[in-house]
Design a protein around this ligand. Structure first.
Ligand code: PLP
Length: 397
């Protein structure tokens, strides 16, 4: 038979998925697994979201406009005002999650063979879209020793005549890093001086700690014509299942192309768009409450990890932490945790960080922990992880 899609065949499977089959076996043995591997908060979605869905009383669940319903686009632009952002509803297109927004953005900006600069470690789902768009990601490597921060020259070293887009995730997943003023300035200068486009994935915008202020690149007037911002209600309202996201750009040509892609999938689901309107209208405080919860959980995790001789930096935002382990192969350790280790019939699952790096060989001794359990469970599972680490090292030395 004729060959199937070669780009899909060559595409690596997410590192998280690889461990799932081990976790399923652990479950079957009756051992409780604490999941620190998933990027989905356990926090209840606000009530007005579900009420809006219950109150839907149209006779037909019909297609909505491809760019999203006006009410949601309007509420969303009002919400952005608090970050010194002035855009209007026509600058926003509603997408099926931030994920579709990112896919559309990259497809609108690039041709086959173009290069996209991305800070590594980065959100591994981007890789699928890089493959779909047939573009080459060029990693600007950042390091845990430096809390994953960077300088202007770190970016410039990776620029070639094929570079077209700079992609930044702020706050970062999997790093929990928040851009400093200097880094924002470096990005601004590089993008303008080298005539690039900027995609800013800001799905964690509000989740910033230690009194940092949420920032949007949309408040930067110099960049507006080169900028696409990706947003989503998944994380800020704990509504991952809604699949409601947004792309915002002031550049009409880019928007025109994104709109063509939006037309091809007709529309985004009707009920969830209505529910998202309710979130922006009635639940303005929720993103701040969610931030407070994650900050407390972070503090719990840090207070335990501080007592160990392990290398990590204190997350500045989002809900992840990269932990460097004194082992050769962190994935092997994570499999050990699922296959061989348990304490009081419980164990822990985390993500190996290797899959978040584009450069081969990096991240082999790092894992990502997500703060997706309550404080008590976070405490318990981090302690379990450390206990497992001691046992693993005793077995392997
Ligand atoms: C969760 C996440 C998204 C998008 O999620 P959607 O549910 O598709 O809105 C995008 N970028 C990053 C970095 C994420 O962690």
């Amino acid at each position: 038979m004729k060959e199937l899609s070669s780009y899909l065949k060559n595409m690596p499977v997410s590192s998280i998925r690889k461990l799932v089959k081990y976790a399923n076996k652990t479950d079957k043995k009756g051992i409780k697994v604490y999941h620190l591997n998933i990027g989905q908060p356990d926090i209840p979605t606000p009530k007005s979201y579900f009420e809006a869905i219950k109150n839907f009383d149209e006779k037909v669940d019909s297609y909505m406009p491809s760019e999203g319903i006006n009410e949601l686009r309007k509420e969303y632009t009002k919400y952005l005002e608090q970050f010194d952002v002035k855009v209007n509803k026509d600058d926003c297109i509603i997408t099926t999650g931030g994920t579709e927004g990112f896919t559309f953005s990259l497809l609108a900006l690039t041709n086959s063979g173009d290069e996209v600069l991305v800070f590594e470690p980065y959100y591994s789902n981007y890789n699928t879209v890089f493959a779909m768009a047939d573009i080459n990601p060029c990693a600007v490597t950042t390091h845990v020793e430096n809390n994953f921060h960077f300088t202007k020259s770190d970016i410039e070293k990776r620029i070639t005549n094929k570079t077209k887009v700079l992609l930044v995730t702020n706050p970062g997943n999997p790093t929990g890093t928040v851009l400093t003023k200097n880094e924002i300035k470096a990005i601004e200068e590089v993008v303008i001086e080298h005539d690039l486009y900027l995609i800013a994935d800001e799905v964690y915008r509000e989740i910033v700690f230690d009194k940092r202020k949420p920032y949007s690149f949309l408040s930067n007037k110099k960049l507006l014509n080169r900028l696409i911002v990706i947003d989503s209600i998944s994380k800020k309202f704990s509504a991952c299942g809604s699949r409601i996201g947004m792309v915002v750009t002031k550049n009409k040509n880019i928007r025109g192309l994104i709109y063509k892609l939006a037309l091809s999938r007709l529309s985004v689901s009707t009920l969830e768009q209505k529910a998202a309107v309710a979130l922006f209208k009635y639940e303005k405080d929720v993103p701040n409450k969610i931030r407070e919860m994650f900050e407390k959980r972070r503090d719990v995790v840090i207070s335990i990890l501080k007592k160990e001789k392990l290398l990590f930096r204190i997350p500045e935002g989002a809900f992840y932490l990269i932990l460097k382990l004194p082992v050769k192969n962190a994935e092997d350790f994570l499999i050990y945790m699922l296959e061989k280790f348990s304490y009081n019939n419980e164990t822990v699952m985390a993500s190996s960080a290797e899959g978040f790096y584009a450069t081969k060989g990096l991240g082999k001794d790092e894992i990502r922990i997500a703060f997706v359990l309550n404080e008590e469970e976070m405490k318990k599972s981090v302690k379990l992880l450390l206990r497992g680490l001691k046992a693993y090292r005793n077995n392997n030395e």
